[in-house]
Each structure stands twice: as C-alpha cells, then as structure tokens.
Design a protein around this ligand. Sequence first.
Ligand code: URP
Ligand code: ZN
Ligand code: ZN
Ligand code: ZN
Length: 524
Amino acid sequence: NARTLFTVIPSVPQGPTTKNNASQQRLLIKGGRVVNDDASTLADVYIEDGIIKQLGLNLVVPNGTKTIDATGKLVMPGGIDTHTHFELPFMGTRSVDDFLTGTQAAVAGGTTTILDFVIPSKEQSLLEAYVQWRERADAKVCCDYGLHAAITTWNEQVAKDMEVLTKEKGINSFKVFMAYKGVFMLQDDEIFQVFAKCRELGGIAMVHAENGSVITELEKEMAQLGITGPEGHLLSRPEQLEAEATNRAITIAEQTRCPLYVVHVMSKTAADKVTAARLKGQVVFGEPIAASLGTDGSQYFNRCWRHAAAHVMSPPLRDDAATGPYLMDLLANGSLSATGTDHCTFNANQKALGKDDFRKIPNGVNGVEDRLAVIWTKGVETGKLDANQFVAVTSANAARIFNIYPRKGRIAVGSDGDCIIWDREAKKTISASTHHQACDFNIFEGMECRGLPVVTVVAGKVVYENGQLNTVQGSGKYLETTCFAEYVYQKLYKREELRDQHYKERKIEREPYTGEVVDITKPF
Ligand code: URP
Ligand code: ZN
Ligand code: ZN
Ligand code: ZN
C-alpha cells in the first residue's frame, strides 16, 4: 500500500527568531471542495511548514494563520508537468525559458512540480550533465522539480552512470531517442540494453518514438521536391513513423520486461499502440502533451513563416484535427496516463536558424503555463473528463508513475502543501502578450479557456494570486525519485516470474548428438 511507504516529514520547530515568519508558514484554505483523483469532499486545508497538517471541517488552527476563502471553488493538487526542457542547449541554440521563468510560468498556470530532462552534450558524461542540471536548476527554481536522464550513447560507463543516478542521485527514469539520427538516436540493440539495465535498476524507461532513419531519408526527398518551409517538417515525419517506433519500443520493453513511458504521444495511431499493449496487460504509459491535446498540425501550412515555424516540434503536431479530442478520450478511459508539455521554447530569431531549411528550425513549443487550462477547457468543458479525472491526468498519475505519490499529486494529511484553487467560471484568452513564459509566441494564442487556477500554493506559500506572482528564486527543492515504484513494478514481478517459469517448462532434455559434423575449414 503506497500510503504506508510514505513517511511524514516532521515539522521544523519554530524558534523565537523565526516567529514573524511562522505565521506566513501557516495557511488555511477555507470553504473549498477538495478534489483528489478518487473522490471530492468539502473540506478546509491547513498547511504548516510546507506540509498539509489538517484536512476537514471546523479545524482548530493557530491565531494569525493566513486564511484564503475558496468558497465555491475547487482545491486540487498542484499540477505535475512530466516533461520540460528549460534552458536546454539544442540545435545550436538554447531554449529561452530557464528554470526561473519556466517555473514562474508553471505556477502561474497551476503547475507546482516539473520534471526536466538531463541531456548530456557530446563531450559530457551523464553524471557531469546531471551536476550541471542541478546547478542550473537549484539556483532558480520557484517550485519543486525532479529529473529524468536521457541516454544518448551506450557503453559500459553510461551503464555505470545509470547505476549512480538511480542509487545516489534520485533519478528513476531514462529516456532514449529513436529519432534525431546522428545526434541522440540509439539503435535497437542499444535500446534493448538500456531497457534491460533500466529494468535491473528498477527504473522506468522513456522513449521518443519516431523512426529517425526513415525521417532522414524523407527529409532528403523534401529537399528534392523543393520543400524547405515548416510544412516539410510534418511531411517528412508521417504518423506511421511514430506508430511504428512506438510499437517497436513497446516490443523491446516487453522483451526486457521493462516498464515503458512513451513521451509526447502526438498521433492517434501511436496512441493506439500504447492502448493495445495496455489491453494485454503490459506496463506501458502514454503521455500526450498540451500541444497535442490543444492544437494541431494545420498550423504548419500557415502562410506566415514565423507562425508555422513556431509549431515545429518532434514528433510533429498532426494535421488530422480529430487527434486532440481522440487523445483526450484515451486519457479519460485510462489508455493514456499522464500529461506533460515538452515545454522547450525558442524565439523568432532562434526559429529563424531554419528560415531556408526546416531541418534547422529548433524543435520545441510552449505549454508549461497553459497545460491545465487547456486540458480543463478541452477535456472537462467538453464532458470528456470529470474533475477527478482531471486531477488524475494532470498530477496524481504522474506522481504514482514517477514514485512521488502521495507526497505530490494528492491533497492529504502528510502530503506537500502544493495546491491550487480552481475557479470553474474564470475565463481568459491565451496570449503571448500576457503569458509568463519567456518566449515571444504562444501556440495557443487566441484560445478561450474556461476554468483557471486563481491561487497557486507551493509548500504552503501563496506564490500566485489574482494574476500576481510572488515567487522566490531558488526556493524550490530537488525531488529525489526512487526506483521500484510499487505502482509500476508490482505486476511486473509476477509477469516476470511466470515468464521464467514458462521458459523453463519449455526446455527440452535431449540425448546429445553423437553423429558426424561437417568440416567447414575445407573448401566445398
Ligand atoms: O521538439 C521537441 N520535442 N523538442 C524537445 C526535445 C524532445 O524531443 O523532447
Ligand atoms: Zn522527445
Ligand atoms: Zn503568424
Ligand atoms: Zn522533450
């Protein structure tokens, strides 16, 4: 039972010198409806020293406690964005949202935990890259964050580094790339070995699923056809290549008995592969992102180059406009599990590196601020998701998969005081001119959202209220994620045991062959 695994962090005693501070570290959220993924209840939430200490009605709290009225509103766990790339050096430049603006934008949109990717450069070891990511992030984050690590080359040293990351550095998830040939892409045998190592360590394998070799060939065909604009990005990365790679990754994961998390599911047919594997009981999770749920690939055909280029990401958005609603349905029925954003933003002058050749447009879009509002608008307001399912797909499921539940992803006594007050009636029109993201474009520009976070609380402190940010740079903490998450591994043990047993039963005991063997050292 996940609850018993969870230790409540004792509160720090308040000395006389911190007395003034103490009242600020106590927060009562009163009158709201607390929504978890499994149930909702009318309850007040009392947070002290960053931890939820009491939950219920008629709570007795110390004098001087700051109180927020949440009457008529929902109180939900803060969002967990499973997939960001803040200040990532990529395609010759660096993504513009750093760990400061990125986490500020996150909390402004109701997300209170982000999971970013350590991606080593060519000259760097995995451990060096990890240290660099910690240095960048620790100094800037305004909310808690965790890390995944990308495996972009494969050798003995990388295997050892994976071991250190899992055992000493709090990383339990490893992403491989089946695309970006010549840069990050691994071959099937290497992916097999990464997954096998990951399974041995009790981690979760993650995959960027697209057939990178075929993409490279199709890109050449686009050049021959004289297609150099952003539409070439979509045309050279057809949906079949995402579905094929997704299926291949699922197959390799099955053979290595490794749990698999498919990042940025962008198409119906790729999602179908995840669904089919889950129907057979395989431990596979799929992650659609704000972009694939909220917009579509028709944008690549926009006559404005900058507009089209702003949407370039991999795998691309699909020009089938039914994709987003389809992915939302799969989130609702549990075929897809968690949502991220792949937030990796580049300004117009950076996207312009590819003005004459779409292959050079830095890949990435925004979403860390927009995800919750987009999912509420496209999911809850359409009747596809209820509020509990909204919590499941925006925080609770991610917390379970990456083993930070119920510390994160739940409003409960002992959980971290990260929550949002949600107003179902609040409206806004998304725009780059008003967002907190550092980028000069928003792929959801003009989208009218209904349902918004009006207050965001991080570790018991109000960091966003009435449209105003009140964050402290560097106040967020690094979240260690430990291996062998029960939610992920419980079923795997049994499946593995049964498989081994099945193999042993099929072994045939034979008399050794004693006849002649052809001599192949002689010419035929
Ligand atoms: O286009 C994307 N997705 N950029 C970020 C890197 C990745 O593949 O996740
Ligand atoms: Zn990717
Ligand atoms: Zn435009
Ligand atoms: Zn990504």
